[in-house]
Unconditional design. Structure first.
Lengths: 240, 145
């Protein structure tokens, strides 16, 4: 009877040891998996000149959150930037953002002119700004169609606008698209009246899913700013 | 004969141990090659663990002079090095302009700066732990000490 108890106890000890060993072996993998869960802010600038200059920057958001408070230079201090001298032409930005937050999804501003099309809208928790500048146009009617194509393609797949971009390059149309999560805007304005809380903004941005924040295409450059969980600037790096 | 063998073994063991200790934090590497006639070719490899040790022997006044302007950036550099060490191997900046190529990345716990240019090639690698140690050393240098 005692021997049976001892054997059971021995078996339990053996299984516990095995479980501990497995946990110890897996712990580095767990740490690695957590690391890969980090969010990265990517910036890519591709110039369409003969040299084909390409600039790619990848910034881990968590690192930026830690580093920003360590910078105390001029308006930037403790992860916040003072905007007391920021000229808003008498517009209360905080009240404006509050009104946008409370409003339902829809278009707030639509301007269609000969040279520029501007659209400001709220869509699914995002503040979306589209600007199409035709001022440097060569074939105006073709540009209009090209931009419609860009919009359609971007709705379908934000990353597959190379053909549309090429059309823009050929026709000297610049296209700007900015898509900012409202949660990020709220976090930015969560500091005092005359401050933007960059760290809170980055924290809110980290909590968002994969997002394309800025896309600019004109005859000289293509600029893209986006957030995802990859630590590379696309599958082919800078050559993408 | 056996005594000689024992001495040799002891010496080899001491060298191996010293080498392992010196290189435990990796290697700090600087390679500069100028692609022109009589161009400079600098190739410097140094055990990273030796750098903070060497800094201990540098007179305080020299460190104060060197760190006078840089000191306020040391906490920032320290934070960056500390945070970079937590991340997997990554590319942070990549610039391609014709034949010029600049790459700033981390690899195996070291930050690497690679500049490839038709005129010159520069490769710098420094373990992040060494950067952290150096920043602590310089930041800790008190003026007038």
């Amino acid at each position: 009877m005692i021997q049976l108890k001892l054997r059971r106890s021995h078996n339990a000890f053996k299984y516990a040891s095995l479980a501990c060993a497995a946990a110890l072996l897996m712990s580095p993998l767990a740490g690695r998996a957590q690391t890969h869960g980090d969010r990265w802010l990517h910036v890519r600038v591709v110039s369409s000149d003969a040299k084909g200059e390409t600039v790619c920057v990848n910034v881990p958001l968590e690192m930026a959150q830690m580093v920003l408070p360590a910078i105390n230079q001029k308006e930037l201090h403790g992860g916040k930037v003072t905007i007391d001298k920021f000229d808003t032409n008498g517009v209360d930005l905080r009240a404006l953002m509050d009104a946008v937050r409370k409003a339902k999804d829809g278009e707030f501003v639509t301007v269609n002119s000969k040279d520029q099309d501007v659209r400001v809208a709220k869509q699914g928790g995002y503040l979306v700004v589209h600007v199409t500048d035709n001022s440097g146009h060569i074939h105006h009617h073709l540009n209009k169609d090209a931009n419609k194509d860009v919009d359609k393609k971007q709705d379908q797949n934000a990353g597959s606008t190379k053909d549309a971009a090429a059309t823009n390059v050929a026709t000297n149309v610049s296209h700007v698209e900015v898509k900012i999560p409202l949660a990020v805007v709220d976090a930015l304005f969560s500091a005092g009246n005359d401050e933007l809380d960059l760290v809170a903004g980055l924290r809110a941005l980290s909590a968002q899913g994969d997002t394309e924040l800025v896309s600019v295409k004109d005859e000289e450059n293509t600029v893209r700013v986006w957030v995802d969980s990859k630590n590379t600037n696309g599958p082919e790096g800078a050559t993408r | 004969m056996i005594v000689l063998a024992k001495i040799g073994l002891g010496f080899a063991g001491a060298v191996a141990l010293t080498g392992a200790y010196a290189f435990r934090e990796g290697v700090m590497r600087v390679d500069v090659d100028e692609h022109r006639a009589n161009g400079e070719h600098v190739h410097m490899w140094m055990p990273a663990a030796a750098v903070p040790m060497v800094l201990h022997f540098v007179p305080q006044r020299y460190l104060q002079d060197a760190g006078h302007d840089a000191r306020k950036w040391m906490p920032l550099a320290q934070t960056v090095a500390h945070e970079l060490a937590k991340l997997p191997d990554s590319t942070f900046v990549e610039v391609k302009d014709g034949e010029q190529h600049v790459l700033i990345s981390t690899q195996n716990g070291a930050i690497k700066i690679d500049v490839t240019d038709p005129q010159e090639t520069v490769h710098v690698a420094c373990p992040l732990s060494t950067i952290e140690d150096i920043t602590v050393e310089i930041a800790g240098t008190r003026p007038g000490a």
